[in-house]
Write a new protein. Structure first.
Length: 197
């Protein structure tokens, strides 16, 4: 009687081991959904759509112009301290985003073919606008920077909202959400500053 019991116990133990192994495997299948870490690497290759690519392609030159505008202002003397602080904030926030956007475009195998995007699109400044800012000084430069950057930010917010609605890449959507939040707040600050100059 003992040997059959021993065989039955061994068979039951083996069956339990297989069941536990299957459960463990199933659990591992679910883990990528709970752990975001593996997702970005796979997203960089497959988890994106045309809206994500266009968002990155358009936002790179858009951010680059904002950084250029900030650099222009920061090189001037006699600028209101609060406007200087804002320009520094814009530059510090957008330069790292430019680098991240370019990394995504590289990972997606997409060209930065929006580098020559039309002036005026998405709140982009024209060459005349940039020349006017470059030539302005003192209070006039502060006011012009704020007026131009409000329009520029409004364009970025609109582009980011499109990404939130149409994109699929989680990281790009997260950046778009941060752009909407941060730049909407900065628009309010700039409007208040304009009223106080």
């Amino acid at each position: 009687m003992n040997p059959p019991r021993r065989y039955a116990l061994a068979a039951a133990t083996f069956a339990l081991a297989i069941t536990l192994s299957a459960c463990s495997t199933a659990g591992n299948d679910d883990s990528p959904e709970q752990e975001p870490a593996p997702a970005p690497s796979s997203d960089a290759v497959s988890g994106f759509n045309d809206a994500d690519v266009v968002f990155a392609q358009m936002m790179v030159p858009h951010h680059e112009q904002a950084v250029e505008m900030s650099d222009m202002l920061l090189a001037k003397d006699g600028i209101d301290a609060q406007v200087v602080s804002l320009a520094t904030q814009v530059k510090d926030a957008q330069q790292p985003e430019i680098e991240q956007l370019n990394e995504w475009l590289d990972a997606w195998g997409a060209d930065d073919n929006m580098a020559g995007m039309d002036h005026g699109a998405g709140g982009m400044m024209s060459n005349d606008d940039m020349m006017a800012l470059d030539g302005a000084s003192g209070a006039e430069a502060s006011q012009l920077f704020l007026e131009q950057m409000i329009v520029h930010h409004e364009g970025a917010v609109e582009m980011a909202e499109t990404e939130i609605n149409d994109g699929v890449n989680a990281d790009a959507i997260e950046m778009a959400g941060a752009i909407v939040l941060t730049q909407s707040e900065e628009i309010n600050v700039m409007r208040n500053l304009l009223g106080s100059l």
